[in-house]
Design a protein around this ligand. Structure first.
Ligand code: XUL
Ligand code: CO
Length: 450
């Protein structure tokens, strides 16, 4: 990454020097408050540079747009670009400069954005598009100067009141058209900025009550919408992956893209299983009643693994708290599944995570991201040990070895009928012997890698 020194007059953060790899003994001091203990971009891990294994991205919305509100209170952050009465375009430009200041300080290789994060909505679609294009040009220049890349872009199809009853699943086709227009524009901008993927999160593609919802129609609308996006992707020659981000609920009570399994069923129903993959978020997995690693392993098994929104949910709260990850075993298990499936490919680890609303200092943004990046780097080294040692894989293979034998293969290849199997069991008259699942031993083994 090329360093582009931020203008001292407009600098937002308290430090000017980008963070460095300091080694595991590093302790923060007044002179050097931030540094990486584990994140060493050039270190080779399983044949790839650590930076290329992890592909970190900073998200625009939580880091620069969110003001610290909650259901009971307003802005706590009071960022300078959110001052009431300011010129929204000037504020958007200032926000973009701060964003690149943060990316560079962190050494973050990627970022992600929604259209409405980077530029204000105008009085008409034409005006909104113009705003987006103008800020897009500034972002393109900063990307060129710094080498920071775009992991994915996405359209915000959930904040504006026109989308209160859904975007693609709206009862009004004019809203569907508006959403399509917005996606067209952001997909094109993502393409021009060299984005590695394009994400669709169906924030309002769901419902509150069947009394006012025709579920069958809405699913058909959503399927058609996704086909339109894929058609346009091919038309403009965008080579990145199109990703759906599953989430079971919030803001709607029931969302159609509930989890990886429901998204896969939906994709197959609309002939899209080879065109669209999933962007899996830890907090969303938890809300759907799954572990993070379950969703990752399932997506790999179904051939639709795309990318990760890395964050952490609170096990005691039933909503999307979007905290920065900080549990080593949790992230190590997730990375183990990612690596077992072949790695991130065009995906990345996007920190869809936000500060707690009392963390009002600019440098809290640095601390949060740096800590999360370091945690993921350390978890990657754990996953490397798990794979390198191979004992977990050996024990798993041993558990299923019967299926690699002649009879197991014959069953799976379709060479046995139900009657064949019944006759075999009667003929042999041998009771299958249960074998220990050894869960505690495996959990102990896992702890030896941590
Ligand atoms: C919402 C969420 C979104 C998507 C992008 O829960 O995760 O921020 O990641 O729209
Ligand atoms: Co997300």
């Amino acid at each position: 990454m090329n360093a582009r020194a931020p203008d001292t007059a407009t600098r937002f953060f308290g430090i000017a020097e980008p963070l460095r790899f300091e080694g595991p003994k590093f302790r923060p001091s007044a002179r050097r408050p931030f540094g990486y203990r584990w994140y060493e971009p050039d270190r080779l891990v399983l044949g790839k540079r650590m930076e290329d294994q992890l592909r970190f991205a900073v998200c625009w919305w939580h880091s620069f747009v969110w003001t610290g509100t909650d259901a009971f209170g307003g802005d706590t952050f009071e960022r300078r670009w959110h001052k009431a009465g300011g010129d929204p375009m000037a504020q958007a430009r200032d926000q973009a400069e701060v964003a690149f200041e943060l990316f560079q300080l962190l050494h973050a290789p990627f970022f992600t954005f929604h259209d409405r994060d980077i530029a204000p909505e105008g009085a008409s679609l034409r005006e909104s598009n113009l705003n987006l294009r103008r800020i897009g040009e500034l972002i393109a220049r900063r990307m060129d100067e710094t080498g920071v890349k775009l992991l994915w872009g996405t359209a915000n199809l959930f904040s504006h009141r026109r989308y209160m009853a859904g975007a693609a699943t709206n009862p009004d086709p004019e809203v569907f058209a508006y959403a399509a227009a917005q996606v067209k524009n952001v997909l094109e901008l993502t393409h021009e900025l060299g984005g590695a993927n394009y994400v669709l999160w169906g924030g309002r593609e769901g419902y509150e009550t069947l009394l006012n919802t025709d579920l069958k129609r809405e699913l058909a609308q959503l399927g058609r919408f996704m086909q339109l996006v894929v058609e346009h992707k091919h038309k403009i020659g965008f080579k990145g992956a199109i990703l759906i981000e599953p989430k079971p609920a919030e803001p709607t009570k029931h969302q159609y893209d509930f989890d990886v399994a429901s998204v896969h069923g939906f994709l197959r129903a609309h002939g899209l299983e080879h065109e669209i993959k999933v962007n899996i978020e830890q907090n969303h997995a938890l809300l759907a009643g799954h572990s993070f690693e379950h969703e990752i392993a399932l997506a790999h098994a179904l051939g639709i693994f795309g990318s990760i929104d890395m964050n952490r949910g609170d096990e005691l709260l039933g909503w999307d708290t979007d905290q920065f990850p900080n549990s080593l075993p949790q992230v190590a298990l997730a990375l183990y599944e990612i690596l077992k499936g072949g790695g991130l490919a065009s995906g990345g680890l996007n920190f869809d995570a936000k500060l707690r609303r009392q963390s009002i200092d600019p440098d809290d943004l640095i601390a949060a991201h740096a800590g999360a990046m370091d945690l993921c780097a350390s978890a990657l080294l754990v996953a490397e040990k798990m794979i390198g040692d191979g004992e977990l894989a050996r024990q798993l293979a041993a558990r299923y070895q019967g299926w690699d034998g002649a009879e197991g293969r014959a069953i799976l290849k379709g060479r046995r009928s139900l009657a064949d199997l019944a006759a075999r069991v009667e003929r042999r008259a041998i009771e299958p012997q249960p074998v220990s699942g050894r869960q505690e031993r495996l959990e102990n083994l896992l702890n030896t890698y941590l």
